[in-house]
Structures are given as structure tokens and as C-alpha cells.
Design a protein around this ligand. Structure first.
Ligand code: PRX
Length: 683
């Protein structure tokens, strides 16, 4: 499956310098280890597990599983029976055994240049223990779910690791999501506590986060789910912290114009006053390997987000190992992943993977374009970042401003560049490689999902010859296949459904509260395989190229959205009878939302309604889901059985007249009308 020899033509190689110190320094070495990882997974992962702390050893098979629905329930177990604690492995082990207490865990860089903090491993351990004690004092126990709705601050990492320390399950909701989305996630996971902050700035825009959190809690109450407790961090109203506060009082000062911090003394508690008196020692809760670690919601094609559940040991081993090998982590590295911790990339490659390795990372609160489009490169030079990980959408955005903002800074420290979130177009890849990395740094195009926990298809920077736009080959222990519609495995160069034939330690274990949904979504279509939902092509050299989603999902700026979710937000508006949403290619975002709406009888479409509908989607889901286009659609193209032909709508959205076979359309006259009502120029 993996070629014996890597191709020599049309490929890019990592630098010789990198190869000298690399963990995996050649393609041959990769292949040899890969074979070991699939032939003897227990031995392969067992060797890696030796570096971690286990309170008790595992008993059964290292990795036990069933991936075949026809044989019974789907399950994956890694090191079942062993007990450990992930926060102990990330913090205590690094401070006490590996003597990294004084090493910087995070350089926090705020939204405003000059707003910065440094946190060592020892400090992080103390703060996590303190906050773990706070959680315990609030009655949070092992297995309880805790929602976290916070900006990119060190306390977000503290909160998640404090949960992990006491065996509570964190459910982080990206701070860009709406109150409605937060409410839905709190209710689905039946959380007992919410942790949030007063507010934060994204560039020059103030986000009143506590206001949104309160709105969400009110919605929960209205729906019969009263949340008893909310801990709020004063991030923007910091100055107030000097005055003595008890946990029942609202912040005394509000120095940010426009900052609104509603306070409900029956529910709200102040982070600072709670932690002030808390002990900085906390014995970890020893968890079973398969105990839940966290839930993270991702869009589901039915429109209802799914709570992807990851468990302790497998996720720990997998994120630690992928981080170490994919970024070729070395002890003197300064690593920076620009993702938000609210997404899986931040979970795995800001918190868990880097800390498990004792790495030093940059934790950035701001935007790549604020205060100007050089910000990223300024930060790279400021901290001498060596490994840099971002999204294709950010690269495309910065490309628009040319080389000058990049070249204002030296970037000499950079050694490896990475991308994640969507297919990277070769032009953006080349720009990243040539302009940002000055042809010195390999680009690791990492394909993975919230569900996979960590990278599954990816180059290794010193070992894999790169092809711009290809995620190249599987990571250790991962066995991909390409299937046709009938579920037959295709050999050699081919294109079809990307699936995985067996688990790796970091794969998700279930959809929270709905195991059947987990089985249906990922395992039913092709029994025996985990179905990614992505299309994929394998070329003559065995390289994998992701071609994009093949379900009803859209990828906007690297974030998955389901068309059904946006459609249901639209039809909740009283004017809308029916809605259909498709993706339209966008030069920066990858895809943008193009919505067709059929109005109720007698209503007319106008700008006011269009603005209302955009607002409605933003309020229901969040700003990332704001439609770019809303088109009046008196009729939608449907088959005789009433199914909307999205393929036709996608062409209309792009202004492409070649519609292919439309003989199954019930009424072909709607098509012409839709072309006449189109919004925006052709792409
Ligand atoms: O379609 C693939 C795309 O993002 C999806 C997963 O989205 P999410 O769970 O939000 O996680 C994003 C961060 C891991 C995939 O099914 N995707 C992710 N990385 C790549 C990608 N598509 C192509 N190339 C990638 N490197």
C-alpha cells in the first residue's frame, strides 16, 4: 500500500538540516515503522506507552475493537483496565520526573500587541490543581460534564485540565458560537456547570461573552434545564480584581466601554475569588483508560450537532505521538498553532499533544489581521517560533496582501510549517512554502477530523516527499482504503470514499448519549470500515488527495457546517417556507454559504428580509455560519419524489449553465427562473 520507494520527481523534500536531528529521518524508516505499527500495534503503541505514567497496568489486549456492525456493537478499547490521569502526565510528570518545572508551557499573546504573559509548567500545575479544587468545592465529580465557553486565555487550558484532573468531562463550546448553540450543547451533554469569561476582543470588536452565556442559560431554563452554576473569569475587567471580591459580587469596575457583565447572584461565581483561597495541591483522580475525557460537538448532516466523545489513554498516546512526529518536536522548539481551542485542533495540538511532550507553545488570542496583516510574522520573530501550524483559509487571506507584510519580518527560526482543516490548493501551498518558509521548511498537510482525535493522513517533515495539495500517507497504525459506491476496495490509482479499516488509539468512541447514531453515521454504509465522509483520490505513487466532503456538509474557513443546520435556522423565520443551502467556492474561505429560500405565499423578497435572514442564522448558529448569499427561490429544483437536487443548485450558485442530466427534475422551468434571480458574479 505504501510504495517501497518514494517518488523522486515533482516532489518537495525537507531540508538536510532537519533530517539530521529528525525522529523519522527517511522514507524507508517511515515505511519500516509503519509496517510495525500495523503488524504489531500492541508492541508499537506499548513502547510509546512506556514513557507515560500508569497507576495500574492494562490487563487485556492493547487495542481491542469491532468495526463491523453486522457482527455486533461497534467498540474500540485501548489499554482497557489501565488507570492513569492525563493532567498528571501533562503536568506532574513533566515537573517532577522530567524536571521541566521552569520551562515555559505557554507564551500567551493577547489580542493587543504588548499584552503578554508567560506560564511555566510549574505554574500551570499549581493553577490546574487550584482550579480542580474549586470545581470539587462546587460539587463537580468524576464523570460530570462541564461546559466551557471562553476566549483564548491561559485559564481556558487551566479549566480543561482541571476537569481532566478530577475525571470530569469537559465540553468546550467555541466562543464564536451563539447563545442558542451553547444552550443546545449544554442541554445535550447535561452539563452541571458552565465556565465563561466577561468578554474579549476579536481585533477591535468587543464580544460580550457573559451576556451570551446568560442568554444561553436563560434558554436552558426556559426549556426546563436549570443550570445551577456559572463561574466567570474577569478577563477584560481585570483591574477590578484588586478590590476584595467575594464570589457573590459582580465585578466592581468595567473599564472597557461597551462591556456588559450581567450578574445573577443565584448562579454566578467569580473565578478569582474562588481560586484565591484554594489549595494548589490536588491528588488526581485515577481514571480508567476508557473513561471519557471530553465531548466536542461537531456539525452533523442531519443538522443536530454530534457530541464526539474521546477517552483518556488512547487520546493521550495518539495526540502526544502525532505531535512529536508530525511536527518533529525537539526540546528547544517554540511551537505555535493558530487554531482556537474551541475546535479539535486546539484541543489536540495546543493543549494535549504539546503539553504531553513538555513543549513550549504560543497561545494567541488575536487575529492574523489585527492590528495589521504582519501580526503572525511579528509573533514568529518575537518568540522565535520554530514550528508553525495554521489553516489554508488564513494562508489564502494573507496571500492577498502579497509578500511585503511577510518579508518585513525575518522568520529565520521557522523549521516546519503545517496546515489543517480543508484541502489546501496548490497555489496557497506554494506561497506558504516559498514566501513564508523561504523554501526551507517542509509543509505538513495534515488530514484529520474531530472524530479521529489526531492526524491520520500526513507527511512526516523529514521523511515524506511532499506533493502540494496532498496529505500524502497514513500516520502510524492508520490503514486507509478507498471504496467505490458498492463498497469494494479499489487498488492502485483510484477515487472514491475514504475509509479506515481499523482503529488507532485516538479515534472517537461514541456520540455522547447516542451510540446508535455513532454506528449509523460512521459504520453503517460500509460494514467493517470507519467512513470519513470525505472523497479521496490515490495517485500512481500511492499519495492520498482529499477531494472534499461527499455528504451534506460544507467547509467554511476550515469549519464544518451542515446544510441542514443552516436550512433549519432559515425556515424558523416566519417568512420562509422552504430553504436549500449549498456551498459556493470562495477565494479565501474555501466555501461560502449560498442559500435559496422559498417564501410563504404572498410575501415579497427584499433587502430587509435578506438582512433579517442573515441575522437569524448568525443568532442561531454563530458568526461563522453567516450566509454570503440569500436568493429568492419561488421554486426549488426537485425530483419527482420531492428530493431537492443540490447538484443543480450548486451549479446555479456558481452561474454554471452546464447542468448535466436534469431529466429527473419534476419541473425544469424553475431552473431558468433561479438563474434569473442569481446573486453575485459567476465564480
Ligand atoms: O473534510 C475534511 C476537512 O475537515 C473535515 C474535518 O473537520 P473537523 O472535524 O472540523 O476538523 C477539522 C480539523 C481537524 C474533514 O472531514 N479536512 C481537515 N483537514 C484536511 C481536510 N481536508 C483536506 N485536507 C486536510 N488537510
Amino acid at each position: 500500500m505504501i510504495p517501497d520507494k518514494a517518488p523522486k520527481e515533482d516532489v518537495f523534500h525537507g531540508s538536510d538540516d532537519l533530517k539530521k536531528e529528525a525522529h523519522i529521518s527517511s522514507f524507508e524508516k517511515y515505511k519500516e515503522l509503519y509496517m510495525k505499527s500495523v503488524e504489531s500495534p500492541g508492541e508499537f503503541w506499548g513502547d510509546i506507552a512506556k514513557d507515560f505514567f500508569w497507576k495500574t497496568k492494562h490487563t487485556g489486549q492493547f487495542l481491542d475493537y469491532n468495526f463491523d456492525v453486522t457482527r455486533g456493537e461497534i467498540f474500540v478499547k485501548c489499554m482497557d483496565g489501565a488507570s492513569t490521569n492525563i493532567s498528571y502526565n501533562l503536568l506532574d510528570r513533566n515537573v517532577h520526573e522530567r524536571k521541566l518545572g521552569d520551562k515555559v508551557a505557554f507564551y500567551w499573546e493577547g489580542n493587543e500587541p504588548g499584552d503578554e504573559l508567560t506560564v511555566t509548567y510549574r505554574e500551570l500545575l499549581q493553577r490546574v490543581c487550584q482550579f480542580a479544587n474549586v470545581l470539587k468545592s462546587q460539587g463537580v465529580k468524576k464523570g460530570d460534564r462541564v461546559s466551557i465557553y471562553m476566549p483564548m486565555v491561559v485559564e481556558l487550558v487551566v479549566a480543561m485540565l482541571a476537569c481532566a484532573r478530577i475525571g470530569a468531562v469537559h465540553s468546550i463550546v467555541f466562543a464564536g458560537f451563539s447563545a442558542e448553540s451553547l444552550c443546545e450543547r449544554i442541554m445535550d451533554s447535561q452539563c452541571s456547570l458552565l465556565i465563561t469569561a466577561d468578554g474579549f476582543y476579536r481585533g477591535d470588536k468587543l464580544i460580550n461573552l457573559k451576556l451570551l452565556a446568560d442568554e444561553a442559560l436563560q434558554k436552558c431554563r426556559d426549556k426546563g434545564f436549570p443550570m445551577q452554576k456559572c463561574i466567570m473569569l474577569k478577563h477584560l475587567s481585570k483591574e477590578a480584581e484588586d478590590t476584595s471580591l467575594d464570589s457573590q459580587s459582580p465585578p466592581a469596575k468595567r473599564p472597557c466601554p461597551g462591556l456588559q457583565v450581567p450578574w445573577n447572584p443565584d448562579v454566578d461565581l467569580c473565578w478569582l475569588s474562588l481560586t484565591r483561597g484554594a489549595s494548589d495541591e490536588c491528588e488526581p483522580e485515577w481514571c480508567d483508560s476508557e473513561d471519557p475525557l471530553f465531548i466536542l460537538y461537531t456539525s452533523g448532516s442531519t443538522g443536530k450537532p454530534k457530541g464526539v466523545l474521546h477517552t483518556v489513554s488512547g487520546y493521550m498516546l495518539y495526540t502526544a505521538t502525532t505531535f512529536k512526529l508530525v511536527f518533529d518536536y525537539q526540546p528547544d522548539d517554540v511551537y505555535w498553532c493558530t487554531a482556537d481551542i474551541g475546535w479539535i485542533t486546539g484541543h489536540s495540538y495546543i493543549t494535549y499533544g504539546p503539553l504531553a511532550n513538555g513543549a513550549t507553545s504560543v497561545l494567541f488570542e488575536g487575529l492574523p489581521t489585527y492590528p495589521d496583516v504582519s501580526r503572525m510574522w511579528e509573533i514568529v520573530d518575537k518568540y522565535l517560533v520554530t514550528k508553525f501550524y495554521t489553516a489554508p483559509t488564513a494562508i489564502r487571506l494573507l496571500m492577498k496582501y502579497g509578500r511585503e507584510p511577510v518579508q518585513k519580518f525575518k522568520r529565520e527560526s521557522l523549521k516546519v510549517l503545517g496546515t489543517v482543516g480543508e484541502p489546501i490548493n496548490p497555489e496557497a501551498w506554494q506561497w506558504y512554502y516559498n514566501v513564508v518558509g523561504e523554501r526551507r521548511c517542509p509543509v505538513v498537510d495534515t488530514f484529520w477530523q474531530t472524530e479521529t482525535g489526531g492526524h491520520v493522513l500526513t507527511p512526516l517533515p523529514a521523511a515524506t516527499p511532499m506533493k502540494p495539495g496532498s496529505a500524502t500517507f497514513p500516520f502510524f497504525g492508520v490503514v486507509p482504503a478507498i471504496l467505490n459506491e458498492s463498497g469494494e476496495e479499489l487498488e492502485g490509482p483510484s477515487e472514491g470514499y475514504l475509509v479506515f479499516k481499523r482503529p488507532w488509539p485516538g479515534v472517537m468512541r461514541t456520540v455522547f448519549g447516542n451510540h446508535q447514531r455513532f454506528e449509523t453515521i460512521y459504520f453503517k454504509k460500509f460494514p467493517g470500515y470507519y467512513v470519513t465522509g470525505d472523497g479521496c483520490r490515490r495517485d500512481k505513487d500511492g499519495y492520498y488527495w482529499i477531494t472534499g466532503r461527499i455528504d451534506d456538509m460544507l467547509n467554511v474557513s476550515g469549519h464544518l457546517l451542515s446544510t441542514a443546520e443552516v436550512e433549519s435556522a432559515l425556515v424558523e423565520h416566519e417568512a420562509v417556507a422552504e430553504a436549500a443551502v449549498v456551498g459556493r467556492p470562495h477565494p479565501v474561505k474555501g466555501e461560502s454559504l449560498y442559500c435559496f429560500v422559498t417564501l410563504n405565499d404572498g410575501l415579497t423578497f427584499n433587502r430587509t428580509l435578506e438582512a433579517e435572514l442573515k441575522k437569524q442564522v448568525r443568532e442561531k448558529i454563530g458568526a461563522i455560519a453567516t450566509p454570503d448569499f440569500i436568493q429568492n427561490a419561488p421554486g426549488l429544483p426537485k425530483t419527482r419524489s420531492g428530493k431537492i437536487m443540490r447538484r443543480v443548485l450548486r451549479k446555479i450558485a456558481c452561474g454554471e449553465r452546464d447542468l448535466g442530466d436534469i431529466s429527473t427534475l419534476a419541473d425544469s422551468s424553475v431552473v431558468e427562473q433561479l438563474f434569473q434571480n442569481r446573486c453575485g458574479a459567476a465564480v
